[in-house]
Ligand binder design. Structure first.
Ligand SMILES: Cc1cc2nc3c(=O)[nH]c(=O)nc-3n(C[C@H](O)[C@H](O)[C@H](O)COP(=O)(O)OP(=O)(O)OC[C@H]3O[C@@H](n4cnc5c(N)ncnc54)[C@H](O)[C@@H]3O)c2cc1C
Ligand code: FES
Ligand code: FES
Length: 482
């Protein structure tokens, strides 16, 4: 049975059949593939774990409106089959056929945006994606886009000025005459579904939910994967691959959202960038937290399903999801069930998922009017860093101003993200005052016994958690917007 992927590498159609190839395996990263080609050495490997951005390339794919959507991604994390049906653009593709440089490249030269040049291809590709997607990006949007690209020698000011110059261009310069034919070529690539068994690994790539459930039903040892920003580190950095990979990234229904009367249903395979766009108006505390999540390159591929699936004690989406009362929708050949997220996360990187099940969606109820909800992340660096402590809090007050419902959720304080039962209890029936917040903060000492590690001592974590509650009070006390 062929195990084939097809994509465009720049303007060139490429087909790889893993069965016929002794050289490439589907668990290879896109970066390994690019670096194995004689004419694609511009893409660099720095950290190999999503932190430096040297390996940034751009993926183009048709969006819902039928236009090309360009996303900067870390090629060191993406499994090669995930590019099926997409266009992969590397720094070699930017120059125009007449030999002139792309405006992004020219701006980097004009503003002396490169010294040793190691980071430069990655920086250029990040700016190219921004150039395509956000023509008039604000200063904050430029900074946010560049947060995932480390430059150790030039300094960011020249790069920032280069970004401003090229993003100020508008009109025909930014139109590519080839986009129509690229779209037609991508649309002509049929979805691919296959199962591949190598010497020691299995890689399954279903194209529908039914096929996915059938595959994992037959082989429950498969690990489901969406963005692979977590799982590919297990394979390539820790050299501890799972027995098999079930790549869910090609299943359209897992990447879609829908709205029901009282909740938003977010497909488990929606990228965090897409989720942020969907919840901006309805669940702003979640959206704010997602802005602090990894880098743009990570958010463009990492998913909500993946974040829930890791059950990481410092998973950044989890506190906000729990504060909003989210539930996970699980599917298997036996049917489907819905479990509140706070019951689904059972321990350190342990969930209540049953063999043969996958997370299909996250159900996010709309908060009641007047609910006071905020989410916070404390990390050693502002961008692209793991939380030391994170938290999301929600209060509902009675008409007489007393607290009727309290949800205080913390990550980084115990082996898994969970609510602070004692502190919540201390708030019930009280007015939302500084004294009440301080009393709840004191109760956190009994709720959690955090550990000390490289990110912070137990004492530091306790102090931060207490301070976050006081900040919550300060941000939501009467007179502030709920
Ligand atoms: C550079 C870098 C920065 C990061 N920054 C952050 C950060 O700021 N905050 C944060 O919380 N995390 C961060 N992460 C971790 C990771 O990006 C997130 O946990 C992300 O949400 C994982 O999503 P994914 O789709 O890539 O997951 P994957 O790697 O695809 O999967 C992760 C786990 O979930 C399981 N899983 C995935 N999908 C399903 C499913 N449908 N059903 C059942 N199980 C499933 C997988 O088997 C695997 O165990 C970072 C990672 C990197 C490399
Ligand atoms: S090599 Fe550093 S992010 Fe990929
Ligand atoms: S130019 Fe040297 S690291 Fe950026």
């Amino acid at each position: 049975m062929p195990s084939t992927i097809s994509f465009l590498l720049g303007r060139k159609p490429v087909t790889i059949d893993f069965c016929g190839s002794a050289a490439w395996s589907p668990a290879w990263t896109l970066l390994q593939y690019l670096r194995s080609l004689p004419d694609r050495k511009g893409t660099k490997e720095g950290c190999g774990q999503g932190d430096c951005g040297a390996c940034t390339v751009v993926l183009a794919e048709p969006d819902r409106e039928g236009r090309l959507k360009y996303s900067a991604v870390n090629s060191c994390l993406l499994f090669l089959p995930m590019v099926h049906g997409r266009q992969v653009l590397t720094v070699e593709d930017l120059k125009f056929p007449d030999g002139s440089l792309h405006p992004v490249q020219q701006a980097m030269i004009d503003h002396y945006g490169s010294q040793c040049g190691f980071c430069t291809p990655g920086v250029v590709m990040t700016l190219f994606a921004l150039f395509k997607q956000k023509p008039h990006a604000s200063a904050a949007e430029i900074r946010s886009a560049l947060a995932g690209n480390l430059c150790r020698c030039t300094g960011y000011q020249p790069i920032f000025r280069a970004a401003q110059q090229c993003l100020a261009l508008s009109g025909p310069e930014r139109e590519s005459s080839e986009e129509g034919s690229t779209l037609a070529e991508l649309n002509s690539i049929p979805p691919a579904e296959w199962e591949w068994t190598g010497k020691s690994e299995i890689y399954c790539r279903p194209k529908s939910l039914e096929q996915a459930l059938e595959m994992i039903g037959r082989n429950p040892t498969l690990s489901p994967v969406h963005g692979a920003t977590d799982l590919s580190l297990q394979v390539h950095l820790k050299h501890n691959p799972p027995p098999g990979i079930l790549d869910l990234s090609a299943i359209p229904e897992l990447r879609a959202s829908r709205q029901e009367k009282e909740e938003l249903i977010l497909g488990s395979g929606m990228s965090l960038s897409d989720v942020a766009g969907h919840v901006r108006r309805t669940h702003p505390a979640l959206e704010e937290m997602l802005q602090r999540f990894g880098s743009a390159q990570i958010r463009n591929v990492a998913t909500l399903g993946g974040n829930v699936g890791t059950a990481s004690p410092i998973g950044d989406a989890l506190p906000a999801l729990m504060a909003y009362g989210a539930a996970v929708e699980l599917k298997s050949l036996a049917g489907s069930r819905t479990v509140p997220l706070s019951d689904f996360i059972l321990g350190y990187r342990r969930t209540g998922i049953a063999p043969g099940e996958i997370i299909a969606a996250v159900r996010l109820p709309f908060p009641p009017p007047g609910a006071r909800i905020r989410a916070y992340k404390v990390s050693r660096r502002h961008d692209v860093d793991i939380s030391t402590v994170n938290g999301a809090f929600r209060l509902q007050l009675d008409s007489d101003g007393r607290i009727r419902e309290a949800r205080l959720v913390f990550g980084g304080m115990s082996p898994f993200t969970r609510r602070a039962a004692g502190a919540e209890q201390a708030l019930l029936g009280k007015e939302w005052s500084r004294a009440a917040a301080e009393e709840a903060a004191a109760r956190l000492q009994e709720d959690f016994q955090p550990i000390s590690d490289v990110r912070g001592s137990a004492g530091f974590r306790r102090q931060v958690a207490a301070n976050l509650l006081l900040k919550f009070w300060s941000d939501t006390r009467s007179g502030q917007a709920p």
